[in-house]
Design a protein around this ligand. Structure first.
Ligand SMILES: Cc1cc2nc3c(=O)[nH]c(=O)nc-3n(C[C@H](O)[C@H](O)[C@H](O)COP(=O)(O)OP(=O)(O)OC[C@H]3O[C@@H](n4cnc5c(N)ncnc54)[C@H](O)[C@@H]3O)c2cc1C
Length: 390
Protein backbone atom coordinates (compact mmCIF):
# COMPACT_ATOMS: atom_id res chain seq x y z
CA UNK A 1 0.00 0.00 0.00
CA UNK A 2 1.46 3.39 -1.08
CA UNK A 3 1.04 6.17 1.46
CA UNK A 4 1.54 9.68 0.17
CA UNK A 5 2.99 12.25 2.56
CA UNK A 6 0.51 14.88 1.39
CA UNK A 7 -2.75 14.65 -0.59
CA UNK A 8 -4.11 17.94 -1.92
CA UNK A 9 -7.80 18.06 -2.84
CA UNK A 10 -8.56 20.55 -5.62
CA UNK A 11 -6.35 21.93 -8.41
CA UNK A 12 -7.41 25.58 -8.16
CA UNK A 13 -4.69 28.21 -7.54
CA UNK A 14 -4.42 27.35 -3.83
CA UNK A 15 -4.29 23.58 -4.36
CA UNK A 16 -1.71 23.68 -7.16
CA UNK A 17 0.51 26.08 -5.21
CA UNK A 18 0.24 23.99 -2.03
CA UNK A 19 1.13 20.83 -4.01
CA UNK A 20 4.06 22.61 -5.64
CA UNK A 21 5.47 23.74 -2.30
CA UNK A 22 4.88 20.40 -0.57
CA UNK A 23 6.67 18.58 -3.43
CA UNK A 24 9.44 21.19 -3.48
CA UNK A 25 10.02 20.57 0.25
CA UNK A 26 10.52 16.88 -0.50
CA UNK A 27 7.08 15.45 0.34
CA UNK A 28 5.64 12.67 -1.79
CA UNK A 29 2.55 14.60 -2.93
CA UNK A 30 -0.62 13.79 -4.84
CA UNK A 31 -2.99 16.42 -6.25
CA UNK A 32 -6.57 15.29 -6.85
CA UNK A 33 -8.93 17.27 -9.09
CA UNK A 34 -12.50 16.25 -9.81
CA UNK A 35 -12.67 17.85 -13.26
CA UNK A 36 -10.95 16.67 -16.45
CA UNK A 37 -8.80 19.84 -16.44
CA UNK A 38 -7.89 22.62 -14.05
CA UNK A 39 -9.52 26.06 -14.27
CA UNK A 40 -13.00 25.01 -15.26
CA UNK A 41 -15.73 26.18 -14.69
CA UNK A 42 -14.47 29.77 -14.37
CA UNK A 43 -15.88 31.61 -11.33
CA UNK A 44 -13.70 34.70 -11.37
CA UNK A 45 -13.19 38.17 -12.84
CA UNK A 46 -9.51 37.30 -13.27
CA UNK A 47 -8.05 40.53 -11.87
CA UNK A 48 -4.69 40.08 -10.15
CA UNK A 49 -2.69 42.77 -8.36
CA UNK A 50 1.09 43.10 -8.53
CA UNK A 51 1.67 40.98 -5.45
CA UNK A 52 -0.73 38.26 -6.56
CA UNK A 53 1.10 38.06 -9.87
CA UNK A 54 4.45 37.84 -8.08
CA UNK A 55 3.16 35.15 -5.68
CA UNK A 56 1.92 33.09 -8.63
CA UNK A 57 5.51 32.89 -9.95
CA UNK A 58 3.92 33.20 -13.41
CA UNK A 59 4.52 36.82 -14.37
CA UNK A 60 4.70 35.95 -18.07
CA UNK A 61 2.62 33.74 -20.33
CA UNK A 62 -0.47 33.46 -22.48
CA UNK A 63 -2.71 33.56 -19.37
CA UNK A 64 -2.07 37.34 -19.10
CA UNK A 65 -4.64 39.20 -21.24
CA UNK A 66 -3.83 42.82 -20.41
CA UNK A 67 -2.52 45.23 -17.79
CA UNK A 68 -4.59 47.74 -15.81
CA UNK A 69 -3.21 51.11 -14.70
CA UNK A 70 -6.08 52.64 -12.80
CA UNK A 71 -9.75 52.82 -11.97
CA UNK A 72 -12.86 54.96 -12.13
CA UNK A 73 -14.90 54.73 -8.94
CA UNK A 74 -18.59 55.65 -9.27
CA UNK A 75 -20.97 56.49 -6.43
CA UNK A 76 -24.71 55.67 -6.62
CA UNK A 77 -25.61 59.34 -7.26
CA UNK A 78 -23.14 59.77 -10.14
CA UNK A 79 -20.05 61.19 -8.39
CA UNK A 80 -16.86 59.74 -9.81
CA UNK A 81 -13.21 59.62 -8.94
CA UNK A 82 -10.52 58.67 -11.48
CA UNK A 83 -6.94 57.67 -11.03
CA UNK A 84 -4.33 56.21 -13.36
CA UNK A 85 -0.79 55.23 -12.42
CA UNK A 86 2.21 55.48 -14.75
CA UNK A 87 2.58 51.71 -14.92
CA UNK A 88 0.42 48.59 -14.61
CA UNK A 89 -0.94 47.98 -11.12
CA UNK A 90 -3.00 44.89 -11.97
CA UNK A 91 -3.47 42.31 -14.71
CA UNK A 92 -6.49 40.64 -16.25
CA UNK A 93 -5.88 36.93 -16.69
CA UNK A 94 -7.59 34.04 -18.41
CA UNK A 95 -8.37 31.98 -15.30
CA UNK A 96 -8.49 28.71 -17.24
CA UNK A 97 -4.96 29.19 -18.62
CA UNK A 98 -3.71 30.65 -15.32
CA UNK A 99 -4.91 27.65 -13.31
CA UNK A 100 -3.48 25.25 -15.88
CA UNK A 101 -0.10 27.00 -15.76
CA UNK A 102 -0.04 26.78 -11.95
CA UNK A 103 -0.93 23.10 -12.15
CA UNK A 104 1.88 22.54 -14.68
CA UNK A 105 4.38 24.06 -12.23
CA UNK A 106 3.18 21.75 -9.44
CA UNK A 107 3.70 18.73 -11.67
CA UNK A 108 7.13 20.01 -12.80
CA UNK A 109 8.07 20.23 -9.13
CA UNK A 110 7.23 16.55 -8.72
CA UNK A 111 3.59 16.46 -7.52
CA UNK A 112 1.61 13.47 -8.81
CA UNK A 113 -1.61 14.50 -10.54
CA UNK A 114 -4.95 12.68 -10.80
CA UNK A 115 -7.65 14.37 -12.89
CA UNK A 116 -11.31 13.20 -12.84
CA UNK A 117 -10.61 12.22 -9.24
CA UNK A 118 -13.45 13.51 -7.06
CA UNK A 119 -12.78 12.81 -3.40
CA UNK A 120 -16.07 11.71 -1.82
CA UNK A 121 -15.02 10.89 1.69
CA UNK A 122 -12.08 10.99 4.08
CA UNK A 123 -11.69 8.76 7.11
CA UNK A 124 -8.82 8.56 9.59
CA UNK A 125 -7.49 5.04 10.14
CA UNK A 126 -4.51 4.31 12.41
CA UNK A 127 -3.15 7.82 12.01
CA UNK A 128 -3.51 7.84 8.21
CA UNK A 129 -6.14 9.54 6.05
CA UNK A 130 -8.01 7.28 3.63
CA UNK A 131 -9.53 9.23 0.74
CA UNK A 132 -12.30 7.49 -1.18
CA UNK A 133 -12.66 8.59 -4.80
CA UNK A 134 -15.87 8.63 -6.87
CA UNK A 135 -15.10 5.25 -8.44
CA UNK A 136 -14.47 3.67 -5.03
CA UNK A 137 -10.67 3.68 -5.24
CA UNK A 138 -8.84 4.57 -2.04
CA UNK A 139 -5.81 6.83 -1.65
CA UNK A 140 -3.75 6.89 1.55
CA UNK A 141 -2.04 10.02 2.84
CA UNK A 142 -0.43 11.18 6.05
CA UNK A 143 -1.82 14.71 5.75
CA UNK A 144 -4.62 16.17 3.61
CA UNK A 145 -4.74 19.74 2.32
CA UNK A 146 -8.30 20.76 1.49
CA UNK A 147 -8.18 23.28 -1.37
CA UNK A 148 -11.72 22.41 -2.43
CA UNK A 149 -12.90 25.98 -2.92
CA UNK A 150 -15.82 27.73 -1.29
CA UNK A 151 -18.09 24.71 -0.68
CA UNK A 152 -15.33 22.75 1.13
CA UNK A 153 -17.63 19.87 2.08
CA UNK A 154 -14.81 17.58 3.17
CA UNK A 155 -13.09 20.27 5.24
CA UNK A 156 -16.39 21.03 7.00
CA UNK A 157 -16.94 17.35 7.74
CA UNK A 158 -13.40 17.13 9.14
CA UNK A 159 -14.19 19.93 11.60
CA UNK A 160 -13.08 23.16 9.85
CA UNK A 161 -15.86 25.70 10.49
CA UNK A 162 -17.41 27.68 7.60
CA UNK A 163 -16.41 31.29 6.86
CA UNK A 164 -18.27 34.17 8.51
CA UNK A 165 -20.25 34.84 5.32
CA UNK A 166 -20.49 33.77 1.70
CA UNK A 167 -21.25 36.46 -0.88
CA UNK A 168 -23.09 35.63 -4.08
CA UNK A 169 -21.08 36.51 -7.21
CA UNK A 170 -22.22 36.80 -10.82
CA UNK A 171 -20.50 38.07 -13.94
CA UNK A 172 -21.12 38.28 -17.69
CA UNK A 173 -18.75 38.94 -20.56
CA UNK A 174 -20.38 41.31 -22.98
CA UNK A 175 -19.72 43.59 -26.01
CA UNK A 176 -19.39 47.00 -24.35
CA UNK A 177 -18.40 50.60 -25.10
CA UNK A 178 -15.30 50.71 -22.92
CA UNK A 179 -14.25 54.19 -21.79
CA UNK A 180 -10.59 53.43 -21.06
CA UNK A 181 -9.28 49.91 -21.64
CA UNK A 182 -6.55 50.46 -19.01
CA UNK A 183 -8.97 51.28 -16.22
CA UNK A 184 -11.29 49.12 -14.16
CA UNK A 185 -14.67 50.58 -13.19
CA UNK A 186 -15.88 50.14 -9.60
CA UNK A 187 -19.55 50.94 -8.92
CA UNK A 188 -20.16 51.45 -5.19
CA UNK A 189 -23.66 50.85 -3.87
CA UNK A 190 -24.60 48.68 -6.86
CA UNK A 191 -24.44 45.47 -4.80
CA UNK A 192 -25.09 45.22 -1.05
CA UNK A 193 -22.06 43.44 0.43
CA UNK A 194 -19.34 44.56 -1.99
CA UNK A 195 -19.59 46.45 -5.32
CA UNK A 196 -20.04 45.96 -9.07
CA UNK A 197 -17.16 46.03 -11.53
CA UNK A 198 -16.45 46.55 -15.22
CA UNK A 199 -13.17 45.00 -16.31
CA UNK A 200 -12.21 45.75 -19.93
CA UNK A 201 -10.78 42.95 -22.04
CA UNK A 202 -10.28 45.31 -25.00
CA UNK A 203 -11.92 48.53 -26.31
CA UNK A 204 -15.14 46.69 -27.14
CA UNK A 205 -15.52 43.86 -24.58
CA UNK A 206 -15.79 43.82 -20.80
CA UNK A 207 -16.43 41.52 -17.87
CA UNK A 208 -19.27 43.06 -15.88
CA UNK A 209 -20.05 41.53 -12.53
CA UNK A 210 -20.66 41.96 -8.84
CA UNK A 211 -20.66 40.21 -5.51
CA UNK A 212 -23.63 40.80 -3.20
CA UNK A 213 -24.84 39.47 0.16
CA UNK A 214 -27.29 37.27 -1.74
CA UNK A 215 -28.97 36.90 -5.13
CA UNK A 216 -25.95 37.96 -7.17
CA UNK A 217 -27.69 37.16 -10.50
CA UNK A 218 -30.70 39.36 -9.65
CA UNK A 219 -28.48 42.26 -8.60
CA UNK A 220 -26.43 41.85 -11.78
CA UNK A 221 -29.58 41.86 -13.93
CA UNK A 222 -30.62 45.13 -12.24
CA UNK A 223 -27.12 46.61 -12.60
CA UNK A 224 -27.08 45.89 -16.35
CA UNK A 225 -30.27 47.96 -16.62
CA UNK A 226 -28.84 51.04 -14.86
CA UNK A 227 -28.28 54.15 -17.02
CA UNK A 228 -24.51 54.13 -16.56
CA UNK A 229 -24.28 50.58 -18.02
CA UNK A 230 -27.32 50.05 -20.26
CA UNK A 231 -26.47 52.71 -22.85
CA UNK A 232 -22.99 51.22 -23.31
CA UNK A 233 -24.08 47.58 -23.85
CA UNK A 234 -23.45 46.65 -27.49
CA UNK A 235 -24.73 43.09 -27.65
CA UNK A 236 -25.81 40.09 -25.63
CA UNK A 237 -23.69 38.50 -22.90
CA UNK A 238 -21.45 35.71 -24.23
CA UNK A 239 -20.61 34.04 -20.92
CA UNK A 240 -22.12 33.91 -17.43
CA UNK A 241 -20.09 32.98 -14.34
CA UNK A 242 -21.64 32.53 -10.92
CA UNK A 243 -20.00 31.54 -7.66
CA UNK A 244 -19.76 32.05 -3.92
CA UNK A 245 -17.15 34.25 -2.29
CA UNK A 246 -16.23 33.39 1.32
CA UNK A 247 -15.34 36.25 3.68
CA UNK A 248 -13.95 35.93 7.20
CA UNK A 249 -11.81 32.84 7.91
CA UNK A 250 -12.90 30.40 10.66
CA UNK A 251 -11.15 30.46 14.05
CA UNK A 252 -8.98 27.43 13.18
CA UNK A 253 -7.92 26.19 9.74
CA UNK A 254 -6.20 22.97 10.83
CA UNK A 255 -7.39 19.81 12.58
CA UNK A 256 -5.68 16.46 13.09
CA UNK A 257 -4.45 15.22 9.71
CA UNK A 258 -6.01 18.02 7.63
CA UNK A 259 -5.73 21.70 6.93
CA UNK A 260 -7.69 24.04 4.66
CA UNK A 261 -6.33 26.63 2.27
CA UNK A 262 -7.72 29.25 -0.15
CA UNK A 263 -11.48 29.67 -0.39
CA UNK A 264 -11.91 26.54 1.74
CA UNK A 265 -10.33 28.54 4.58
CA UNK A 266 -12.14 31.81 3.81
CA UNK A 267 -8.87 33.45 2.71
CA UNK A 268 -10.37 36.20 0.52
CA UNK A 269 -9.78 39.96 0.68
CA UNK A 270 -13.03 41.54 1.92
CA UNK A 271 -12.21 44.88 0.24
CA UNK A 272 -12.09 43.53 -3.32
CA UNK A 273 -13.29 39.92 -3.25
CA UNK A 274 -9.87 38.79 -4.45
CA UNK A 275 -8.99 35.30 -3.25
CA UNK A 276 -6.02 34.45 -5.43
CA UNK A 277 -3.38 36.52 -3.58
CA UNK A 278 -4.19 35.36 -0.03
CA UNK A 279 -4.79 31.81 -1.28
CA UNK A 280 -1.34 31.64 -2.90
CA UNK A 281 0.43 33.10 0.15
CA UNK A 282 -1.29 30.64 2.50
CA UNK A 283 -0.79 27.71 0.09
CA UNK A 284 2.98 28.12 0.11
CA UNK A 285 2.93 28.03 3.93
CA UNK A 286 0.59 25.01 3.87
CA UNK A 287 2.90 23.12 1.49
CA UNK A 288 5.95 23.76 3.66
CA UNK A 289 4.30 22.92 6.99
CA UNK A 290 2.62 19.72 5.77
CA UNK A 291 5.84 18.47 4.16
CA UNK A 292 7.78 19.06 7.39
CA UNK A 293 5.06 17.53 9.59
CA UNK A 294 4.77 14.46 7.33
CA UNK A 295 8.51 13.85 7.54
CA UNK A 296 8.46 14.30 11.33
CA UNK A 297 5.55 11.84 11.54
CA UNK A 298 3.49 14.34 13.57
CA UNK A 299 0.04 14.92 12.03
CA UNK A 300 -1.59 16.26 15.20
CA UNK A 301 -3.78 19.35 15.17
CA UNK A 302 -1.19 21.03 17.42
CA UNK A 303 1.58 20.46 14.84
CA UNK A 304 -0.56 21.56 11.87
CA UNK A 305 -1.73 24.70 13.69
CA UNK A 306 1.74 26.07 12.89
CA UNK A 307 0.26 26.68 9.43
CA UNK A 308 -2.65 28.58 10.99
CA UNK A 309 -0.29 30.80 12.99
CA UNK A 310 2.01 31.50 10.05
CA UNK A 311 -0.67 32.41 7.52
CA UNK A 312 -2.40 34.68 10.05
CA UNK A 313 0.94 36.39 10.73
CA UNK A 314 1.27 37.03 6.97
CA UNK A 315 -2.34 37.93 6.15
CA UNK A 316 -4.48 38.10 9.28
CA UNK A 317 -4.28 41.85 9.94
CA UNK A 318 -4.91 42.68 6.28
CA UNK A 319 -8.01 40.45 6.20
CA UNK A 320 -9.29 41.91 9.49
CA UNK A 321 -8.85 45.49 8.28
CA UNK A 322 -10.52 44.49 5.02
CA UNK A 323 -13.47 43.07 6.93
CA UNK A 324 -13.90 46.33 8.85
CA UNK A 325 -13.64 48.36 5.64
CA UNK A 326 -16.21 46.06 4.01
CA UNK A 327 -18.61 46.54 6.95
CA UNK A 328 -18.02 50.28 6.90
CA UNK A 329 -18.90 50.51 3.18
CA UNK A 330 -21.89 48.23 3.75
CA UNK A 331 -23.27 50.60 6.40
CA UNK A 332 -22.90 53.76 4.31
CA UNK A 333 -26.03 55.22 2.72
CA UNK A 334 -26.05 56.23 -0.96
CA UNK A 335 -25.74 59.87 0.12
CA UNK A 336 -22.66 59.06 2.24
CA UNK A 337 -21.08 57.16 -0.65
CA UNK A 338 -21.72 60.19 -2.90
CA UNK A 339 -20.09 62.39 -0.27
CA UNK A 340 -17.08 60.08 0.09
CA UNK A 341 -16.40 59.74 -3.64
CA UNK A 342 -17.03 63.46 -4.22
CA UNK A 343 -14.63 64.34 -1.41
CA UNK A 344 -11.85 62.06 -2.70
CA UNK A 345 -12.30 63.27 -6.29
CA UNK A 346 -11.63 66.83 -5.16
CA UNK A 347 -8.34 66.05 -3.43
CA UNK A 348 -5.46 65.83 -5.95
CA UNK A 349 -2.93 64.87 -3.25
CA UNK A 350 -5.07 61.90 -2.25
CA UNK A 351 -5.47 60.85 -5.88
CA UNK A 352 -1.69 61.07 -6.28
CA UNK A 353 -1.22 58.89 -3.18
CA UNK A 354 -3.61 56.31 -4.68
CA UNK A 355 -1.77 56.39 -8.01
CA UNK A 356 1.61 55.96 -6.35
CA UNK A 357 0.78 53.56 -3.53
CA UNK A 358 -2.47 51.85 -4.55
CA UNK A 359 -2.18 48.10 -3.98
CA UNK A 360 -5.29 45.94 -4.28
CA UNK A 361 -3.53 43.11 -2.47
CA UNK A 362 -2.55 45.17 0.61
CA UNK A 363 -5.08 48.04 0.71
CA UNK A 364 -4.37 48.88 4.38
CA UNK A 365 -1.03 50.44 3.41
CA UNK A 366 -2.79 52.94 1.16
CA UNK A 367 -5.48 53.57 3.78
CA UNK A 368 -2.73 54.43 6.28
CA UNK A 369 -1.10 56.83 3.79
CA UNK A 370 -4.44 58.45 2.98
CA UNK A 371 -4.88 59.36 6.66
CA UNK A 372 -1.70 61.46 6.42
CA UNK A 373 -3.09 63.50 3.53
CA UNK A 374 -6.33 64.55 5.18
CA UNK A 375 -7.00 68.17 6.12
CA UNK A 376 -9.14 69.42 9.01
CA UNK A 377 -12.42 69.46 7.09
CA UNK A 378 -11.99 65.73 6.46
CA UNK A 379 -12.65 64.57 10.00
CA UNK A 380 -15.59 62.51 8.77
CA UNK A 381 -13.46 60.56 6.32
CA UNK A 382 -10.72 60.23 8.93
CA UNK A 383 -13.26 58.68 11.29
CA UNK A 384 -14.30 56.18 8.64
CA UNK A 385 -10.72 55.23 7.77
CA UNK A 386 -9.82 55.14 11.46
CA UNK A 387 -12.70 52.73 12.09
CA UNK A 388 -11.52 50.49 9.24
CA UNK A 389 -7.93 50.50 10.45
CA UNK A 390 -9.00 49.82 14.02
C1 LIG B 1 -17.73 36.28 -9.45
C2 LIG B 1 -16.35 36.12 -8.83
C3 LIG B 1 -15.32 36.94 -9.26
C4 LIG B 1 -14.05 36.81 -8.68
N1 LIG B 1 -13.04 37.61 -9.14
C5 LIG B 1 -11.80 37.50 -8.59
C6 LIG B 1 -10.72 38.32 -9.08
O1 LIG B 1 -10.88 39.12 -10.00
N2 LIG B 1 -9.50 38.18 -8.49
C7 LIG B 1 -9.28 37.30 -7.46
O2 LIG B 1 -8.16 37.24 -6.93
N3 LIG B 1 -10.28 36.50 -7.01
C8 LIG B 1 -11.53 36.58 -7.55
N4 LIG B 1 -12.53 35.76 -7.12
C9 LIG B 1 -12.21 34.76 -6.07
C10 LIG B 1 -11.41 33.62 -6.67
O3 LIG B 1 -12.05 33.12 -7.81
C11 LIG B 1 -11.24 32.52 -5.61
O4 LIG B 1 -10.83 33.12 -4.40
C12 LIG B 1 -10.19 31.48 -6.05
O5 LIG B 1 -10.60 30.78 -7.18
C13 LIG B 1 -9.99 30.49 -4.90
O6 LIG B 1 -9.03 29.52 -5.29
P1 LIG B 1 -9.03 28.09 -4.59
O7 LIG B 1 -7.90 27.35 -5.20
O8 LIG B 1 -9.12 28.24 -3.14
O9 LIG B 1 -10.43 27.42 -5.01
P2 LIG B 1 -11.03 27.12 -6.45
O10 LIG B 1 -10.43 28.00 -7.48
O11 LIG B 1 -12.50 27.14 -6.28
O12 LIG B 1 -10.56 25.63 -6.76
C14 LIG B 1 -11.10 24.53 -6.07
C15 LIG B 1 -10.84 23.28 -6.90
O13 LIG B 1 -11.17 22.13 -6.12
C16 LIG B 1 -11.83 21.19 -6.95
N5 LIG B 1 -12.60 20.32 -6.04
C17 LIG B 1 -13.59 20.70 -5.19
N6 LIG B 1 -14.02 19.64 -4.47
C18 LIG B 1 -13.29 18.56 -4.88
C19 LIG B 1 -13.29 17.19 -4.50
N7 LIG B 1 -14.10 16.73 -3.55
N8 LIG B 1 -12.42 16.38 -5.12
C20 LIG B 1 -11.56 16.83 -6.07
N9 LIG B 1 -11.55 18.14 -6.47
C21 LIG B 1 -12.39 18.99 -5.88
C22 LIG B 1 -12.67 22.06 -7.87
O14 LIG B 1 -13.04 21.36 -9.04
C23 LIG B 1 -11.70 23.21 -8.15
O15 LIG B 1 -10.86 22.93 -9.26
C24 LIG B 1 -13.82 35.86 -7.66
C25 LIG B 1 -14.87 35.03 -7.24
C26 LIG B 1 -16.12 35.17 -7.80
C27 LIG B 1 -17.23 34.28 -7.32
Amino acid sequence: MDIFDVAVIGAGPAGSMAAKYAAKAGACTILLEEHAAAGWPVQCAGLLGEQAMAESELSQGSHILRGMMGASVFSPGGQRMDFKAKSCKAWVVDRRLFDQALLGRAVQEGANLRLRAAVRQIRREKGTSVLTLGGGQEIYAKIVISAEGVSALLARRAGIAPPQMILSGAQVQVPFAVEDAEKVEVHLGAAPGLFAWVIPLDERTARIGLCARDQGCEHLRAFLKTDVIKKRLQGSPVALNVGGLPLGPPAATAVEGLLAVGDAAGQVKPTSGGGIYPGLVAAKIAGGVTAAAAMEGDFSAKRLMEYDRLWRAALGRELEIGMRANRMLGKMSDAELDELVGYLAGKPRLIKAIEEHGDIDRPSRLMGRMLRHLDWDAIRLARLLGYALG
